[in-house]
Design a protein around this ligand. Structure first.
Ligand code: NAG
Ligand code: NAG
Ligand code: NAG
Ligand code: NAG
Ligand code: NAG
Ligand code: NAG
Ligand code: NAG
Ligand code: NAG
Length: 394
């Protein structure tokens, strides 16, 4: 990574002739068709979830199930409590540790409230972008990391879950008012990237796991998003592509297309778009997985993820928790199996998530924190992906 940074700096050196040119004309933007990364998510930082840090949640939520309710219950203390969270959950020492362990990309979820103050929303609008800028700039300048800037929620709610705005909120779909607010969010995010001093180090991800099926038992499957819902999502993504292109078409847009594959969407986009798909592959629900058989499911998913191959794909979220018979002894194998498979068949992955101390029990051994904390895997020296591990993947 030091070498990569040095290379970027070298490419950015003024030419011998000293022709004046802006920095953005000299630096290298990534091309997702060739770029690959070992990434991690910074979950539980600028977006809160009850499962990620049980002690913190129990201390501040007042029994709420989602961030919306947490802020409602905290009242005037919501701002101070969240500002403290932003200042402490992720610091530069986390970035140092991630870089030393081989991480080359950070996917950073934010709420829409980090970007605009939405009338009537309980989600907190404070100094999120200041913390974001500090951490991202550090990761970029110290280690040459790439940043996926993820807008996890949108006004009105995009999936009925806490991560989409609030539990049971679905109001984003087919609502032009919320569409327009979403475009205001995008204008802010695009300006943030463009004015960051390192626009070449960002990919913009404008939506995460959109779903309009109120039957949450199908969440995580293609049935979570109806064709009508998909048409609304498509209208949004095409508007985002236009906005980005109007400012800087070299900034890639990453589209998390719900749980419909790249091939479902690809026909609706021109091959010339600077577009990459984010496919989420989880094993803790929906399929009869165990720690023992997770590699075969990962293999199947890894081979399916590229879809029709029209656009590059990246696995923006995954984890090794299985539905049944979770086993401590198989964690290291399963982690490296996924890292290797998604890197070989796709353009890499980002584990969900860097820090995780949730103590809910799982089937088999241990608790959630034993399977979802990438930092804990690093502490145990687990990271050693190798394409040969998945050579015979079937
Ligand atoms: C999880 O942690 C919370 C807060 O520390 C505690 O109240 C709860 O009993 C714990 N649950 C389990 C299953 O350990
Ligand atoms: C946001 O940051 C500014 C500058 O550091 C500070 O003055 C302000 O108090 C912060 N706002 C909140 C709500 O913490
Ligand atoms: C659209 O969303 C806005 C803001 O939440 C809400 O006031 C309005 O009633 C919604 N419109 C429709 C047609 O549902
Ligand atoms: C949304 O924005 C468009 C374009 O600016 C505008 O024409 C339209 O009236 C707006 N619609 C709503 C419901 O705000
Ligand atoms: C997307 O493409 C499919 C065919 O590939 C087409 O049937 C559908 O109408 C398109 N959707 C939109 C909103 O253009
Ligand atoms: C898991 O296995 C059980 C028992 O064999 C079966 O009833 C169930 O349908 C399976 N579930 C899935 C998601 O395959
Ligand atoms: C889980 O392990 C137990 C004990 O080894 C075994 O009886 C059971 O069949 C396993 N369950 C699955 C779904 O593999
Ligand atoms: C990858 O695994 C193969 C086979 O086990 C081994 O020979 C090779 O040294 C490994 N490569 C790395 C970079 O660890």
């Amino acid at each position: 990574m030091i070498v990569k940074l040095a290379l970027l700096l070298a490419l950015g050196m003024p030419s011998a002739l000293g022709a004046p040119s802006k920095r953005t004309e000299k630096v290298q933007y990534i091309d997702w068709n060739s770029f690959k990364a070992y990434g991690v998510n910074l979950g539980g930082w600028l977006v809160q979830e009850s499962t990620i840090d049980t002690l913190w949640w129990d201390t501040y939520s007042g029994g709420a199930s989602d961030e919306w309710g947490l802020c409602e219950n905290l009242g005037s203390q919501c701002g101070p409590v969240l500002e403290q969270r932003y200042a402490s959950w992720i610091t530069t020492s986390d970035i140092d540790k991630a870089a030393e362990s081989g991480i080359t990309l950070l996917r950073i979820p934010t709420t829409y409230a980090a970007w605009i103050k939405l009338p009537g929303s309980q989600l907190y609008s404070g100094n999120q972008t200041t913390y974001l800028e500090d951490i991202a700039t550090y990761a970029i300048t110290q280690y040459g990391m790439h940043i996926i800037l993820d807008v996890h929620s949108l006004p009105g709610g995009i999936n009925g879950l806490t991560i989409g705005e609030a539990d049971d909120h679905w109001g984003w779909f087919n609502n032009q008012t919320n569409f327009n607010f979403s475009m205001q969010v995008m204008d802010k995010v695009i300006a943030f990237i463009q004015n960051s001093g390192h626009p070449e180090s960002y990919t913009l991800e404008p939506i995460n796991e959109p779903a309009d099926n109120h039957d949450l038992s199908v969440f995580g499957t293609s049935a979570a998003l109806s064709d009508a819902g998909a048409a609304w999502v498509l209208k949004y993504i095409q508007a985002v592509l236009d906005r980005v292109a109007a400012v800087n078409s070299k900034i890639p847009v990453m589209f998390q297309g719900s749980f419909k594959g790249e091939e479902y969407w690809s026909g609706n986009f021109s091959a010339s778009e600077n577009l990459v798909f984010d496919v989420h592959n989880y094993y803790f629900q929906g399929r009869n997985t165990t720690s023992l058989n997770v590699p075969s499911y990962i293999c199947t998913d890894a081979k399916a993820t590229p879809g029709d191959g029209k656009f590059p794909t990246y696995v923006g979220e995954w984890s090794i928790q299985a539905l049944y018979n979770n086993s401590f002894a198989l964690r290291e194998r399963n982690l490296n199996y996924g890292l290797s498979a998604f890197h070989k068949y796709s353009h890499g992955s980002s584990y969900w998530t860097w820090k995780f101390s949730g103590n809910a029990t799982v089937d088999g051994q241990g608790k959630q924190a034993d399977y979802w904390s990438y930092e804990a895997f690093i502490d145990r020296g687990y990271f050693h992906p190798n394409a040969s591990i998945v050579e015979h993947c079937t």
